[in-house]
Design a protein around this ligand. Structure first.
Ligand SMILES: C[S@@+](CC[C@H](N)C(=O)[O-])C[C@H]1O[C@@H](n2cnc3c(N)ncnc32)[C@H](O)[C@@H]1O
Length: 185
């Protein structure tokens, strides 16, 4: 089974399309902040979360419960495809229903092998995978960069290290982050 959670008007064939609201004829109306989700353990091979994760789990305890629920329903090696607005972009800041920034480092806190590595090196990152007994690995990351900045890069006006610096420090450089997150059981 494949899930498209927080589907909105993007109703995809081959997916169970789920949303809190039923204005677009969704397959299942369900609030992702309510537990349990109406799916069996180990029954899901793929989850799409397109512009959803930043809308749910304002309370950290609820956010953790959501991730634990993803973990419960997913099969080993299931793929979670996440798209979020970059937290330093106006798209993120402007929507009052955006309740949490989602970053690659934030999702990496739910990776057991990174938790163990950080533990050994004395890093202060919270070992959320070990604490909550889940394990997700960030496999692929794509930063969708604003067109005018890509233009500057392609024309040679800015080089790669300048671009990387801008991504890290400036506002309105990356519009969207696409992340492939692998479930490991
Ligand atoms: C920004 S829209 C994205 C819609 C679609 N996935 C897309 O990419 O265009 C966010 C969607 O998440 C849904 N949503 C927000 N909170 C939710 C919740 N607690 N449970 C289920 N769906 C939720 C909204 O109803 C809305 O359809």
């Amino acid at each position: 089974m494949k899930l498209n959670l927080g589907c909105g008007n993007k109703i995809y064939d081959g997916y169970v399309n789920v949303d809190k609201f039923d204005i677009y004829n969704v397959d299942i109306k369900h609030d992702l902040e309510k537990f349990p989700y109406p799916f069996e353990d180990d029954s899901v091979e793929e989850i799409i979360l397109s512009h959803v994760l930043e809308h749910i789990g304002q309370d950290p305890d609820i956010f953790i419960k959501i991730l634990k629920e993803f973990y419960r329903v997913c099969k080993n090696e299931a793929l979670i495809k996440i798209a979020v607005p970059h937290p330093r972009h106006d798209d993120f800041l402007s929507d009052p229903t955006h309740v949490r920034p989602v970053t690659v480092l934030g999702l990496s806190l739910f990776d057991k092998s990174l938790n163990e590595k950080w533990e050994k090196s004395g890093a202060a990152n919270t070992p959320l995978a070990l604490i909550h007994n889940v394990n997700f690995k960030v496999e692929n990351v794509n930063y969708q960069i604003e067109a005018d900045i890509i233009k500057q890069y392609e024309s040679g006006e800015i080089d790669k290290s300048k671009l990387d610096n801008m991504i890290k420090r400036n506002n309105n450089v990356v519009k969207q982050i696409d992340i492939e997150w692998r479930v490991i059981k």
